[in-house]
Design a binder for this molecule. Structure first.
Ligand SMILES: [Zn+2]
Length: 109
């Protein structure tokens, strides 16, 4: 976790530690998946709100950092749309773009 924390020692992203991770429990978990109907999808992480954030234990520091960034971004991003599904998709798209900006900043592929 120390390697992951170091990735956020930047004034633009210190909120990830100060406003998100310091207020949640972070869990390492194996085989995180989402179920939708009869389909099952692998997940890198899960934001469980006040319960904490789970991160796939197989992740490297860079991958775990990206996952933590992604899950914390969900707490401060709101999707737009006419239906809950539209809002979810819009929020996920915004979070993925913001996560990608962070990954590019750190030189991650
Ligand atoms: Zn997401």
């Amino acid at each position: 976790m120390e390697g992951v924390k170091a990735l956020f020692c930047d004034t633009d992203y210190s909120w990830v530690i100060c406003e998100c991770l310091s207020k949640k429990l972070v869990y390492s978990a194996d085989n995180l998946r989402a179920e939708q109907g009869d389909k099952s999808f692998p997940l890198n992480g899960v934001n469980q709100g006040d319960k904490g954030i789970s991160v796939n234990s197989a992740r490297t520091d860079a991958e775990a950092g990206s996952t933590l960034m992604h899950e914390c971004l969900h707490d401060r991003t709101e999707g737009e749309g006419d239906t809950p599904s539209d809002k979810y998709i819009d929020e996920e798209a915004k979070v993925r773009v913001a996560e990608e900006r962070w990954r590019i900043k750190w030189g991650y592929q």
